[in-house]
Design a protein around this ligand. Structure first.
Ligand SMILES: NC(=O)c1ccc[n+]([C@@H]2O[C@H](COP(=O)([O-])OP(=O)(O)OC[C@H]3O[C@@H](n4cnc5c(N)ncnc54)[C@H](OP(=O)(O)O)[C@@H]3O)[C@@H](O)[C@H]2O)c1
Length: 309
């Protein structure tokens, strides 16, 4: 397996790292010499991915920490260079996110790369423990809370945030009802709309992060990773699955998404690239609503209220 050292010693966190884009990005970050903390919600799937990464023979890759959740006791091992840890957290549960952020902050005083990648679609309107529609709670609120709680670490490190959004954000419409009603599922209009709304929230959050934190040396970009053959489509409802069926032939490998993430973090000469939206490797303008500063401000302020512990 090809190894480079372009990110040697850098500290990276990837959410949803056991599968699809997150798994691929983790592998590429490790190959580039970064130390990666994988955030996964399932111990079984996280441990399996970790074992496979190690079995793939990534030189220098060690499991430095026992696995995740409240059992994250360090084990003896190398503490420098490439390595991989696994943390367990369900991003739709704010208590999990707070505990995760606490563990990360105590272990990683400086964070170079944060890849907010985990994502779901839900066939029906179901709710998180705090009463938010689950797609919105996972894809937007969980990452919003995690990122805010890691701000000091991001400031202390290279502070590159990549938010994995989707071209589907263009169908998102966070003006179609009160934000509160969208967030709580009272304005539920099907799985695809909920997904698109959450992906629009990813872009709005990216651009507002830059407006609020840009002067602190933190950068943020959003990316559509491609139309990829990953698990996400298998978890949605039958309607969208049938709609997507003809396209499955044209879906790309998750590595296309992994490379789209790497494109935004690997090259230090691009450290001033911030507040942009990329369609895989190519910069594009995001939707008009994604560029709506008053909507971004409102979403940020409401998200602060909704994630107040
Ligand atoms: N695939 C595409 O064509 C496509 C297109 C545009 C955008 N995207 C975006 O790409 C990102 C990655 O998706 P993917 O295609 O790689 O799908 P995937 O293979 O299903 O991966 C999604 C990852 O997110 C994790 N996850 C889901 N809910 C979570 C939660 N509550 N807490 C923590 N982790 C959670 C999943 O964990 P489990 O394995 O436990 O479910 C999995 O590791 C998503 O943000 C998605 O919106 C994908």
């Amino acid at each position: 397996m090809r190894m480079s050292s372009s990110l040697k010693g850098q500290v990276a966190i990837v959410t949803g790292a056991n599968s699809g884009v997150g798994r691929s990005a983790t592998e590429m970050l490790l190959q580039a010499g970064a130390h990666v903390t994988m955030v996964c919600r399932s111990r079984e799937r996280g441990e399996r991915a970790l074992a496979e990464l190690r079995a793939a023979g990534l030189r220098g890759v060690r499991n430095r920490g026992a696995l995740g959740g409240r059992l994250n006791e360090p084990v003896a091992g190398d503490s420098g260079g490439a390595g991989v840890d696994l943390e367990l957290a369900d991003l739709s549960r704010q208590e999990d996110v707070r505990e995760l952020a606490g563990r990360l902050a105590s272990r990683l005083p400086a964070i170079d790369i944060l890849v907010n990648n985990a994502g779901v679609t839900r066939p029906q309107c179901v709710h998180s423990p705090e009463g938010f529609e689950l797609t919105f709670a996972t894809n937007h609120l969980g990452h919003f809370l995690l990122t805010r709680l890691l701000r000091e670490g991001l400031e202390a490190g290279r502070g590159r945030i990549v938010n994995v959004s989707s071209r589907g954000h263009r169908s998102g419409d966070l003006r179609r009802a009160e934000l509160e009603d969208i967030a709580r599922g009272q304005a539920w209009d099907g799985a695809l709309q909920a997904y698109a709304d959450s992906k629009l929230a990813n872009v709005l959050f990216t651009l507002e992060t830059v407006r609020r934190w840009g002067s602190r040396g933190i950068t943020a970009n959003a990316v559509h990773p491609g139309v990829l053959a990953t698990e996400i489509w298998k978890k949605t409802s039958l309607g969208p699955r049938l709609l997507l069926l003809p396209f499955t032939w044209f879906m790309s490998s998750p590595d296309v998404g992994g490379r789209a993430v790497m494109n935004l973090v690997e090259d230090p000469s691009r450290d001033d690239v911030t507040g942009r939206y990329f369609h895989v490797l190519k910069e594009q303008g995001p939707s008009a609503q994604a560029r709506d500063e008053s909507l971004a401000r409102e979403l940020w302020e409401r998200s602060v209220e909704w994630t107040r512990g």
